[in-house]
Ligand binder design. Structure first.
Ligand SMILES: Nc1ncnc2c1ncn2[C@@H]1O[C@H](COP(=O)(O)OP(=O)(O)OP(=O)(O)O)[C@@H](O)[C@H]1O
Length: 360
């Protein structure tokens, strides 16, 4: 077990009751409306506030246990915390900022690993600069580096991109992806932006009114009533996690398997076995009640309608696969005279699947 949180805390109008279990590396998003208690949870994990009940464990170590009157001080928790603003020491160079946590760490990172982190974040050429001569994105990269150099057991990221303009945000996302892919460190990531979450996170914890009310993989929770309308509003397709089967340089197509389904996507998405997340724009799929025959479209599914809702249908592709939700307005369901248990054929061009894809 990596992180276990089961706490209660009351402050102002907030009555917090949070249960979180993170057992995997990668990024877990803490997602919910403003004021739902996300930062308060992060502060409790970091030891900046003391919950009134419950317990917190990290890598099997007790950080907080109300019954046993245990509340480990923040500097003994081995936690890296990155905030909305970089909070660098203005009078110290980038190098001194980076090594600040390292020098105080209980288990400092070896020098070779420090150099790897500095290279991963592209900071080598900035080492002697004072923070005032850095862009917002560079400051956040230094803040990430400072947290990683302290060799934490978990990285807490509280909206680390929200103070950046869109292009800086875009610049820093690949660095977060590299930390996720190249370090085994678990990360808890607060964000309001579902696009960021679907790109970065493999797990998600949903919060509302001070309560954690659902958690699981992003794929499993994507049709949750909290997320489905946002996904629709942002025109985000259906997410599938899968594995690269092979890449064909002649056609420039990658074949990806997602739990029994095969997809063809344009471009090269890494070696065989590479874990990927596909975003399939099922909202733009062509649906028919007959097989389409000889078509130029490369991705085909067929399944039986299990449910018809006002703006989507639920398809059962096969016995051993979870049902798939395909957005389809009610008037189109009526035009096609769709009924329960009817067989439906779905096709999506390879180029459309390519359009939104990130590694997980
Ligand atoms: N020390 C405090 N005194 C009074 N109220 C507080 C205190 N700390 C937090 N709160 C209240 O608790 C609620 C949750 O705050 P918190 O910052 O955890 O929410 P959040 O989900 O992180 O919000 P946001 O997404 O806007 O950052 C808010 O209504 C906030 O005003």
């Amino acid at each position: 077990m990596t992180l276990h949180v089961d706490i209660q805390y009351a402050v102002g109008h907030l009555s917090l009751s949070a249960q979180i279990q993170i057992e995997q590396p990668g990024i877990t998003a803490l997602f919910g409306p403003s004021g739902s208690g996300k930062t308060t949870v992060m502060n409790a994990i970091a030891g900046l506030i003391r919950p009134s009940k419950g317990d917190i464990q990290l890598q099997g170590r007790d950080l907080f246990n109300h019954r046993r009157h245990l509340h480990l001080p923040a500097h003994q928790r081995r936690i890296g915390y990155v905030f909305q603003e970089a909070r660098l020491f203005p009078h110290l160079s980038v190098k001194k900022n980076l090594y600040y946590g390292h020098h105080r760490s209980l288990a400092p990172l070896a020098q070779a690993q420090c150099q790897q982190v500095i290279a991963l974040l592209g900071l080598e050429h900035l080492m002697e600069r004072p923070p005032r001569h850095l862009s917002g994105g560079e400051k956040q990269r230094v803040a990430l580096g400072r947290a990683l150099l302290s060799n934490p057991d978990i990285l807490l990221l509280d909206e680390p991109l929200s103070a950046l303009d869109p292009s800086r945000k875009h610049d820093i996302l690949p660095y977060l992806e590299r930390i996720r892919d190249e370090h085994q460190i678990p990360m808890l990531y607060v964000s309001h932006a579902l696009e960021e979450v679907t790109r970065l996170a493999n797990h998600i914890v949903l919060m509302a009114d001070g309560q954690t009310h659902a958690q699981g993989t992003v794929e499993a929770l994507q049709d949750h009533p909290t997320l489905a309308p946002l996904k629709h509003q942002l025109d985000i397709g259906t997410l599938f996690s899968g594995t690269v089967q092979h890449y064909d340089p002649v056609t420039d197509l990658t074949c990806v398997e997602t739990k029994g389904l095969q997809w063809h996507i344009n471009g090269n998405y890494g070696p065989t076995g590479q874990a990927v997340r596909l975003e399939v724009p099922l909202q733009y799929a062509t649906l028919s009640t007959e097989p389409l025959g000889n078509t130029s479209t490369l991705n085909h599914l067929s399944g039986h309608i299990r449910q018809l809702d006002s703006c989507s249908i639920t398809l059962q592709i096969s016995e051993n696969l979870p049902p798939i939700n395909v957005p389809l307005p009610h008037y189109q369901q009526t035009l096609m005279a769709l009924t329960k248990n009817q067989r439906i054929f779905v096709s999506i061009p390879a180029i459309k699947v390519l359009s939104r894809m990130s590694r997980i």
